[in-house]
Design a protein around this ligand. Structure first.
Ligand code: ZN
Length: 323
């Protein structure tokens, strides 16, 4: 037996100074990916032509935010087509997997479903059911497809723009200005009080019983942390401290990036809701939340949302129900 083998396992060294840690929330349903985006290939026209003439290349067609998915198999999966049978439309390189298979997205008419279990689905429905590879490809393709379907003209001169960089940018043929996919940052925050109760609110546009944590868009010239404090104060008159980043996931419906936070509401602050935006807001202990969900008086956001995951991380275990 070697000296190394008989040495008892040493405890991990105590952290010194600032520890390098990742976000608190991992494996968010729409923040999974496996395929290398290969940005360096987006302007390599020879490589792109060769990839498009390769029958093994997979093309994911997206129309109106939907793609074909096979829900009949044990695990849901995306339906791809070969380049030769892809419809006309704006094409974009999604990446190359570890087997050197290239993936393209295409914004165009969906093919006819060939099998009984195959139908068009939105990212919100299919995303959580797909593998890491397919969830990442679908989020990427839906985000770019939404952008190409919407941002078709130059914001400077109004001329129709042309895709370039394999569909990851558009250029104006009149003034040569270049335009990149729009991503709108939005923050979402779980606020807790001194008793570790969570602040849940119902948006004025939501049906009865549906609640979530507070959210809003980050405004121009504002940090995400400033947006957290501003939105919580605007919507509930609560002042927060200790704003802490939890994780993010794309929410391309049509073009958001959700930035998740926790924040503290110190002292006994009174909730005063902005009635235009928030119908009601209250503090809930874990026990109160459990009872409210069991009685049907509260319904929480679905597991695909970062809201669900942040609430769950506070709750401590799997949440009992959702929209
Ligand atoms: Zn222009």
């Amino acid at each position: 037996m070697s000296a190394a083998a008989s040495t008892p396992e040493l405890p991990a060294p105590a952290p010194t100074g600032q520890a390098l840690t990742g976000p608190a929330l991992t494996s968010l349903a729409l923040a999974r990916a496996e395929v290398d985006r290969c940005a360096h290939l987006r302007n390599d026209l020879d490589w792109l032509d060769a990839a498009w003439s390769e029958p093994a290349t997979r093309v994911l067609v997206v129309e109106g935010g939907q793609a074909l998915c096979d829900f009949g198999a044990e695990h849901a999966r995306l339906i791809f087509v070969e380049p030769a049978s892809a419809p006309d439309g704006v094409r974009f390189l999604l990446g190359v997997d570890e087997d050197q298979v290239a993936y393209f997205g295409l914004s165009g008419p969906l093919p006819e479903p060939a099998d009984a279990g195959v139908r068009a689905a939105y990212l919100r429905e299919a995303g959580p059911l797909l593998s890491d590879r397919d969830a990442g490809l679908l989020a990427h393709a839906v985000a770019l497809s939404n952008w190409h379907e919407t941002f078709t003209h130059c914001p400077r001169c109004g001329a129709p723009t042309d895709p370039f960089a394999s569909g990851h940018a558009r250029r104006c043929p009149v003034d040569a200005s270049e335009h990149f996919p729009r991503v709108d940052p939005a923050m979402i925050v779980l606020v807790t009080d001194d008793a570790d109760r969570a602040l849940l609110a119902r948006n004025a546009m939501w049906p009865e019983h549906r609640v979530s944590i507070l959210a809003g868009f980050v405004e121009a010239g504002e940090s995400a942390e400033q947006a957290v404090a501003r939105e919580v104060a605007e919507e509930t008159s609560i002042d927060v401290t200790a704003v802490t980043y939890q994780g993010s996931q794309p929410w391309p419906m049509p073009q958001s990036l959700m930035l998740g936070f926790r924040a503290a509401a110190p002292g006994a602050q009174e909730i005063k809701v902005d009635a235009n935006e928030i119908a009601e807001a209250s503090w809930y202990s874990r026990e109160e939340l459990t009872a409210a969900i069991a009685s049907g008086s509260l319904r929480l956001p679905p597991p695909v949302s970062i809201a669900h995951r942040i609430i769950e991380s506070w709750y401590g275990t799997e949440l009992p129900g959702s929209w």
